[in-house]
Write a protein that binds this ligand. Sequence first.
Ligand SMILES: [Zn+2]
Ligand SMILES: [Zn+2]
Ligand SMILES: [Zn+2]
Length: 127
Amino acid sequence: MSDQRATIAEAVVAAAGAFTAEELHRSLAVSAPGIGLATVYRALGAMQEAGSVTQVGQRDGSTLLARCGRDGHHHHLVCTSCGRVIAIDCPLGGSLAGREVGDGHVITRHEITLYGLCADCRAHEED
Ligand SMILES: [Zn+2]
Ligand SMILES: [Zn+2]
Ligand SMILES: [Zn+2]
């Protein structure tokens, strides 16, 4: 099991951008065919808890994960073409936290998912 976890962790490090558990599982199928999808899910879940991978969006109904070394509150912009992920400052500037809205509700946290095209992919599109 720990060998499989190590193999999965290596595949995560090798991933160029955002990936889903299914994509990672597929990329392992050649080098490590014995690793099941359930094992990949469990390993990625543990890595998410440990903070070594972060949820950065959704693709085809699956959670998109990526490595991100940035601390503190921020969001992610995912290139929908190549999967490259960049960390960006919060466009809300933290102004939502603690604000009362509606019928006395208080906002305690928020998530923003941003999708776009990176500079390289935009250059390709313009070709
Ligand atoms: Zn991040
Ligand atoms: Zn791109
Ligand atoms: Zn924010």
